[in-house]
Design a protein. Structure first.
Length: 140
């Protein structure tokens, strides 16, 4: 499961694409693509989407639904227990960043499906690890 930050770090030259694990398929939810589409810089948005297309992650439905974030046709109606736990852990770790619900959805989906989360976000990596998820963390 590719975290959104991975696309940014590759584009910015901090993470060579060759360093990404290559022993499986890449996966992403609509959340990652939506976050890339939210870039206000049109040129950067185009570059991020090109990076996304190059890695061509397989789509995965989020395992819970979060109002104002989730898409009805790309989310499941999970119980939200792990989503809340991850969101609370992220809020505690980083003071309630605006995208914590997004990250919690990515993390929960990764855990629920047995996907390895690939991220450069230490707070998300730790929250997912503490709740049984597999993580590849890049310090960049």
């Amino acid at each position: 499961m590719l975290d959104t930050v991975i696309f940014n770090k590759i584009l910015d030259g901090y993470l060579p694409i060759e360093r990404l694990p290559s022993d499986g398929r890449y996966v992403a939810t609509h959340v990652q693509r939506d976050e890339l589409l939210a870039s206000k810089d049109i040129t950067r948005r185009s570059q991020l989407l090109a990076q996304y297309e190059q890695l061509s992650p397989e789509p995965a439905m989020t395992t819970s639904f979060a109002f104002d974030v989730s898409r009805f046709d790309q989310s499941k109606w999970g119980d939200g227990v792990v989503l809340k736990i991850l969101k609370d852990a992220l809020d505690k770790a980083n003071g309630g960043k605006r995208n914590n619900t997004h990250d919690a959805l990515i993390g929960e989906t990764s855990i629920a499906n047995g996907f390895t989360l690939i991220t450069c976000d230490l707070d998300l990596a730790e929250a997912v690890r503490q709740h049984g998820g597999l993580v590849v963390f890049f310090k960049v």
